[in-house]
Design a protein around this ligand. Structure first.
Ligand SMILES: Nc1ncnc2c1ncn2[C@@H]1O[C@@H]2COP(=O)(O)O[C@H]3[C@@H](O)[C@H](n4cnc5c(N)ncnc54)O[C@@H]3COP(=O)(O)O[C@H]2[C@H]1O
Ligand SMILES: Nc1ncnc2c1ncn2[C@@H]1O[C@@H]2COP(=O)(O)O[C@H]3[C@@H](O)[C@H](n4cnc5c(N)ncnc54)O[C@@H]3COP(=O)(O)O[C@H]2[C@H]1O
Lengths: 141, 141
């Protein structure tokens, strides 16, 4: 395995650019967020504001957990609650100039990492799938 | 990167054994499945029968998609529908004696793989997290 080659790949070349990343806005309600997640088929997506600044992450587990009552899941609450009230603000983020090595360590505990420009603008995401694809290519050599 | 070392690890040593894997039964309804997923915090889990035979995979996207009506998500349908009606039967499965290399290729497209014994009994799962953890260890050397 030529780890040298793998470690020289650019994050910019591996990331899914922002225009192809499903996301929601901080001010959306959970009903809208759940529809976006369901239609996109993803289980977790970034939360942005109108200036494309990254604020957090929303996922189906987070949404379901927030409406889990004592007896049942209280689906009527979805319209009332906002994304910003329940989102995970602790979303892993790295600069577009970061090393691929640091991203590999983060991907151990997170299915994707958000890429940010120096002024905090959302640039894209780096997924486990992409990194596993390239690691597998290098292991085969 | 000493790919040789990585490729010699046993799947049995890396997998999460069945007793620690959240799962549902083929005959459960979707309301129960959604509760199990919500309480466990996982987005997709195996579907088994009472003999611990593996039948498929259920996830929150699958559940939500199955009750997505023209106007809204029809949550009342969760009680009526069964796991076996909507589950993904195309769940990636490998034998406990398979090579770690073949599992790496499968993990490119699947967050986890189900491990089966020769008589089709569910033994455990191998996750992307586990494989990324070990690959990262080897890359650091
Ligand atoms: N429409 C689709 N087509 C083909 N394969 C699909 C797919 N949806 C899901 N998968 C497969 O399932 C994995 C887990 O998806 P999940 O939505 O839980 O977790 C995803 C999701 O939370 C996020 N993600 C990936 N692509 C995204 C996008 N374009 N927009 C927003 N979020 C994305 O990154 C996580 C990891 O993605 P990764 O690709 O490593 O891993 C994906 C991929 O291997
Ligand atoms: N309670 C928790 N504690 C710590 N980290 C957590 C966690 N729940 C989720 N994560 C993190 O989020 C990743 C995606 O979880 P997800 O449930 O979408 O996707 C999971 C889930 O579908 C399944 N899975 C993992 N462990 C499981 C278990 N004990 N029982 C049933 N399914 C499991 O395998 C997929 C990939 O798992 P992986 O560990 O690679 O990746 C996990 C892990 O890195």
């Amino acid at each position: 395995l030529h780890s040298g080659e793998f470690l020289e790949i650019n994050i910019r070349d591996l990331m899914i650019p922002s225009e192809r990343v499903a996301h929601v806005q901080v001010k959306n309600n959970l009903e809208h967020a759940l529809l976006v997640l369901t239609k996109s088929g993803y289980t977790a997506i970034p939360v942005l504001d109108p200036h494309y600044k990254l604020h957090g992450l929303i996922s189906t587990p987070i949404i379901m957990e927030s409406i889990l009552g004592l007896e049942r899941i209280e689906f009527e609450k979805l319209e009332e609650k906002k994304v910003e009230e329940v989102m995970n603000e602790d979303v892993p983020r790295i600069s577009i100039d970061a090393s691929i090595q640091s991203s590999l360590e983060t991907l151990i505990d997170h299915p994707f990492i958000c890429i940010e420009s120096s002024d905090g603008i959302f640039e894209g995401i780096l997924t486990r799938r992409t990194v596993l694809f390239h690691l597998n290519k290098h292991i085969k050599k």
